[in-house]
Ligand binder design. Sequence first.
Ligand code: PHB
Length: 389
Amino acid sequence: MQKRHLLNLITGAALAVCGLAHAQDNAFKIALILPMTGPFASTGKQIEAAAKLYMAQNGDTVAGKKVQLIVKDDAGTPDTTKRLAQEMVVNDKVNVLAGFGLTPLALATAPIATQSKTPLVVMAAATSSITQASPFIVRTSFTLPQAAVGIADWAPNNGIKKVVSLVSDYGPGIDAEKYFKDRFTFNGGQVVETLRVPLRNPDFAPFLQKVRDAKPDAIFTFVPSGAGAALMKQFAERGLDKAGIKLIGTGDVTDDDILNGMGDVALGVVTSHHYSASHKSAVNQKFVEAFQKANNNLRPNFMAVGGYDGMRVIYEALKATKGAGGGEALLAAMKGQIFESPRGPMFIDAQTRDVVHNIYIRKVEKVNGQLYNQEFDTIKDVKDPGKSK
Ligand code: PHB
């Protein structure tokens, strides 16, 4: 780099720091980095809406600080997430990094959190290993091993003995495949084939043909939030439902954001997950009503809840540290938080910094003309099984 260029950069950065420090001494800044465009935009939209709802309900002054939410679009591209995080840590002096719509985006940014000692709150991404990528990561979403073992316990007791697994070919899919298969096999079931579909622009048709040929009792699937509608459509188009093949999975496939648009093919699909918009509790009812009112009747999905609870964890950490800030103190105040989320009871395990919550077994049913994941069984206080090794 040329000397003059370098000098300009340094001067620019120094000025920015002075200006900001002066003008915004009293600000507490949360960088919310999300895919707001591209194939995973529904995740960004849900989380942004939930974070804004939390702020509207709880005010934007906490422990004497003015909370500022800075939303940035990474379009689901890891290099962009990392660059945006770096810029916001260096230039904007953000106190917390938050969001992270996909596993590769969280993993790319983990080193920035470690180097700058900035807490990084994962509100969406769900591969088990993410929390091990930096001691500054705290997670309020869920993990795929947590979700997958629930359905692996339910299925063999409900006539499903032979399964083909079909997952998106990256971190969370591989976690789902492994933890489903291990538990299902332990329970006496058999996974006869494991298929992995590309994450980007997936064409499910050739894979579904293979499933048809294998004639399993059911297909077990994980696809990321937003992708379930295409899978379900092709599942019906290929006649798998008519051939008597059931579809089970983690609840990502019957995501509340898109479930109602799937039509009757989704009826009866059983999944295990940590959140359903129809979860029966006063806290959830209030959350769903307020979310829909503020967002043109959009139904919140599990991504929204990860964002809402993530804001709660940040707000309470700010209160507990009396607004003093400091990444390490904030992080310490995030660990061990225990509260009632719209999903049910949850806490942040102080050792792993990961979420512990109930996993529910749900079946898609029509309620007042709309499709919902109706919870009918609860596995209480599930820790991430991926952390026990
Ligand atoms: C992830 O990339 O970690 C991820 C994305 C969407 C989901 C679950 C996991 O629904």
